[in-house]
Write a protein that binds this ligand. Structure first.
Ligand code: PGA
Length: 248
């Protein structure tokens, strides 16, 4: 398998000072990351200073969102080329908050995935079912549709070069984490849909991951890391989570 990945999604939190401090702290402690790739996702306006703070460390930096378009009259948008230009390596596409609050459809998410790869960024495709869909037993159907939109546009081979984050919406920011068995079952299903090309694709879990529950999740054979929200804002908690992946 390729290196496991632990990602920190800072969402819309912090300010210029806290962003630089957090990135500097992680960069200084990057010896803890041998055997695991660590990527942080600050708000767009802090990307530049975070990239500077993390330069020449093992910490990579990504954006939380990008435009599906290459350039043009799209007020307020940021292109993949711009992200690549300032030194981003990764970008989140289709986070459930973008899907739910900003009406990003499966089709738009697929276009963003494609645009990211065209600009040399590694997209992390976020998929996952809502609480209602979960209760109605629709998890596999929802996740399958979200993934199919991307494979229809770019093909399975390209999808497999990205990262997939399974994030059940009911577990995001709620403190209610999926059980390791529940998460493993969905990861296995996703991997089986990727066929033989998916053997080395990183499928990471997100949703209320913290230093207490990460070890059991990361011990599952098809969980190749985590996408961490709230707990990634605490430097030491995030360092602990990354170390659990090294051991897992
Ligand atoms: P959480 O967020 O860890 O705060 O639940 C995860 C995410 O939204 O990526």
């Amino acid at each position: 398998m390729t290196k496991p990945l632990v990602a920190g999604n800072w969402k819309m939190h912090g300010n210029a000072n806290t962003a630089a401090e957090l990135a500097t702290h992680l960069a200084l402690h990057d010896s803890a990351f041998v055997g695991v790739e660590v990527v942080i996702f600050p708000p767009a306006v802090h990307l530049d200073r975070v990239i500077t703070a993390a330069a020449s460390s093992m910490v990579s930096v990504g954006a939380q969102n990008m435009s599906q378009w290459a350039s043009g009259a799209y007020t307020g948008e940021v292109s993949g080329e711009m992200l690549n230009d300032i030194g981003c390596d990764y970008v989140l596409v289709g986070h459930s908050e973008r899907r739910a609050l900003f009406a990003e459809s499966n089709q738009v998410v697929a276009e963003k995935f494609k645009a990211a790869q065209q600009q040399g960024l590694t997209p992390i495709l976020c998929v996952g079912e809502s609480l209602q869909q979960h209760q109605q037993g629709q998890t596999v159907k929802v996740v399958t549709e979200q993934i199919a939109a991307v494979t229809d546009l770019v093909g399975t081979k390209s999808l497999c070069k990205g990262v997939i984050a399974y994030e059940p919406v009911w577990a995001i920011g709620t403190g209610e984490v999926a059980s390791p068995e529940q998460a493993q079952a969905v990861h296995t299903e996703i991997r089986s849909q990727l066929g033989s090309q998916g053997a080395n694709t990183r499928i990471i879990y997100g949703g209320s991951v913290n230093a207490t529950n990460a070890g059991a999740l990361f011990a599952q054979p098809d969980i190749d890391g985590g996408l961490v929200g709230g707990a990634s804002l605490e430097a030491n908690e995030f360092l602990k989570i990354a170390q659990l992946m090294v051991q897992g």
